[in-house]
Design a binder for this molecule. Sequence first.
Ligand code: S3P
Length: 183
Amino acid sequence: MNETEATPKNIVLIGFMGCGKSTVGRELHQRLGYRLMDIDQIIEETMGKRITEIFREQGESAFRDFETMQLQEISKQTDTRHIISTGGGIVIRPENRALLRKLGYVVWLRAPENIIYERTSRNRDRPLLNAPDAREKISDLLAEREPWYRETAHLRVDTAGLESHELATGILESARYFFAHPA
Ligand code: S3P
């Protein structure tokens, strides 16, 4: 195993919709200068379509295939200095969970259900939440996914009450420790 494989430096952000992955990702990118890869954004750019359109025209399972493909592409890259921001459902597939762990230091951003509801109800670009009862949908999806986030993450961060720069500081300290003392 070469040094790059032994000590991946990527920081991977996972967590439910509305937990601040994109905002914290941008903050980490600015602080570290690592390239920011937002998987949802890459899918939209590659397909030339918004995620809502992909869901509507091709269905969720096609979107999940694009998600896995993008993750596989990132895993092939030799430069491992990336901040990787993911969509909330990336942990659904076991093969994605394994790939995420291999990619680097996996940080799970959490927020209370009411904050998630408040943030996600401000716009309609999340097809899974265009449900008759979005609050119930959030609650069901959270219950289903929490064990997968827990299983995949190296670090769990409760974001409530903290600014993105404070979250980034904590994540960077933990990541430095992790990469200095790989398990
Ligand atoms: C999804 C979350 C979204 C996006 C898609 C599906 C999910 O990303 O990938 O709408 O299944 O939770 P964000 O978590 O960035 O909103």
